[in-house]
Design a binder for this molecule. Structure first.
Ligand SMILES: Nc1ncnc2c1ncn2[C@@H]1O[C@H](COP(=O)(O)OP(=O)(O)OP(=O)(O)O)[C@@H](O)[C@H]1O
Ligand SMILES: [Mg+2]
Length: 488
């Protein structure tokens, strides 16, 4: 039998709700439902104790409200077809990926990276044997891991029921992240279970098995131990208190499910290194610098162009690091009257000149007081901030227009970036670390110097509503020696 003819397969109440939404009255609906059950006009009239003419009138009205044309039985057939079609459309709209982008970045200006995109898509969407449960995108600060992950997530999300993006930048405990993920994903998760991280992992794996989910954890290096100043390499080891992330990554890679966890990190977490070699569905993409053409596009988006020779030299000098290239564009414009030749000549004279840290130093010196203040504020907040929040923190003596100008100038300089909805701002990680270094230096001066800087009074570390881990991380970053941007 033609499936369209069998309305009984549609969920109970679906036809009634659908008809009511079209303005079909209760009495018309009574007649319509009987007609859909293949009852004749005479049978309907008898059941409803009305005349056959009244049945025809009610059905005629219902067809009209559904916009059904045709004659006799054809109308009923067309109505069934329409009910099915609309039901399927409704179902597929319900099936749309549910997304929680957390603090994801805007990818409007993204360009190039075709090879990387194809490779990652193959790992995430590929057939059963190719598909990976754990994918890590690795590379130095500013190379483009976060934007690539956001781009990929946007491209593949249609294949997933759920997408959740979280940044580990402020080093949340695993339990915290798992609770957030479980709260977003379907199914009842009772609070007893949320007391225990191991249970949370088991519950999450169960959900990953039943629903195809894409989890993205950005900035995974934040939970790894810095190897700086150590004689033995710490690369890939976890910060104290974060070791359970390793166990979590291992479980996600080993358990059978169709979901994927995408990590971005400056360093390769230990488990990823171990699992990669075990023929498990785990893959690592080591991000190379951008190619000449890609660099050209990135610079063009900043309104900058130069000859092939100069471009090749720039890309070589900055190892194809897109963040460095974007900052160079402003530096050349502001300090070298847009003369790239002069800029490159000055790099050659000074070996360290080509370093991203130097670029940041130069840019920072040129900022207005308000721009600097905004930069300090964003570094201390360590999260996206809206214009309204900025204004609340800066006080009423500064107008919204002034703040807007400062923000736009910082965006032009590539020192800050917009979120996915273009409504909030935050610093690039490399830039944030640089500003934290400055704050740290000022903090030390504050303690040792004669003049009392009211810096910390102006920007209290403990923001009213900031989470405890942000506060702790602020202290960790400020009071312990800060990883200098120079070593990135
Ligand atoms: N393919 C690209 N197209 C356009 N812009 C890019 C591209 N790749 C990177 N960028 C720009 O370079 C900057 C750095 O990129 P991103 O934030 O993704 O780096 P990252 O590798 O995540 O750095 P970190 O380790 O500090 O988090 C951003 O401003 C980003 O917009
Ligand atoms: Mg990043």
């Amino acid at each position: 039998m033609d499936r369209a003819a069998d309305i009984s397969l549609l969920p109970e109440n679906y036809v009634a709700n659908f008809a009511k939404a079209r303005g079909v009255t209760d009495s018309e609906l009574e007649a319509l439902l009987l007609a859909l059950q293949n009852q004749s006009g005479a049978e309907i009239a008898q059941k409803l104790e009305i005349s056959q003419a009244a049945v025809r009138k009610r059905l005629g009205e219902s067809y009209r409200k559904f916009g059904i044309r045709g004659s006799g039985n054809k109308k009923l057939y067309n109505l069934r077809q329409q009910l099915w079609q609309e039901y399927e459309a409704f179902q597929s709209s319900q099936r749309q990926t549910q997304e929680d982008w957390g603090e994801a970045v805007d990818v409007e200006d993204f360009s190039g990276r075709q090879e990387e995109i194809e490779e990652l898509e193959g790992w995430i969407l590929g057939n059963n044997t190719q598909r990976c449960r754990l994918v890590a995108v690795l590379g130095i600060g500013g190379i483009g891991k976060t934007v690539l992950a956001a781009k990929i997530a946007n491209r593949v999300k249609g294949d997933f029921e759920f997408l959740i993006w979280r940044s580990l930048r402020n080093a949340p405990k695993l339990g915290e992240i798992l609770t957030q993920i479980l709260r977003f994903l379907p199914g009842e998760t009772d609070s007893d279970l949320l007391d225990n991280d191991n249970n949370k992992i088991l519950r999450l794996i169960e959900i990953l098995r039943n629903h195809r989910c894409l989890l993205i954890l950005d900035n995974a290096e934040s939970i790894l131990r810095s190897g700086e100043g150590q004689t033995h390499g710490w690369a890939g080891e976890y910060e104290l208190g974060y070791e359970d992330y390793g166990y979590f990554f291992k479980k996600v890679a080993e358990a059978a499910h169709n979901s994927s966890l995408l990590l971005t990190s400056r360093e390769k977490p230990k488990e990823v290194a171990a699992l990669e070699g075990k023929n498990l569905p785990v893959k690592v993409l080591q991000m190379p610098g951008v190619k000449l053409e890609e660099a050209r596009e990135i610079l063009a988006a900043k309104g900058f162009s130069c000859s092939d020779t100069h471009l090749a030299e720039l890309v070589k000098r900055y190892s194809g690091n897109p963040l460095a290239l974007k900052i160079v564009a402003t530096t050349v414009y502001e300090l070298f009257g847009n003369d790239i030749g002069q800029f490159l000549a000055s790099i050659q004279q000074n070996a360290v000149y080509g370093h991203i840290r130097i670029l940041l130093d130069q840019q920072f010196q040129r900022l207005s007081e308000l721009e600097k203040t905004v930069m300090y504020l964003l570094a201390i907040q360590r999260k996206y901030i809206s214009l309204a929040e900025l204004q609340a923190k800066l006080g009423e003596s500064i107008s919204v227009m002034q703040i807007l100008e400062a923000v736009e100038s910082l965006l032009r300089r590539s020192l800050i970036e917009k979120d996915k909805n273009n409504s909030r701002f935050q610093q690039q990680s490399v830039v944030m670390e640089y500003v934290m270094t400055l704050i740290n230096q000022q903090g030390i001066e504050d303690i040792q110097g004669e003049e009392k800087l009211d810096f910390f009074a102006k920007f209290p570390l403990k923001q009213g509503r900031s989470l405890e881990y942000i506060r702790q991380n602020q202290f960790r970053l400020m009071l312990e020696p800060v990883k200098s941007a120079e070593t990135l």
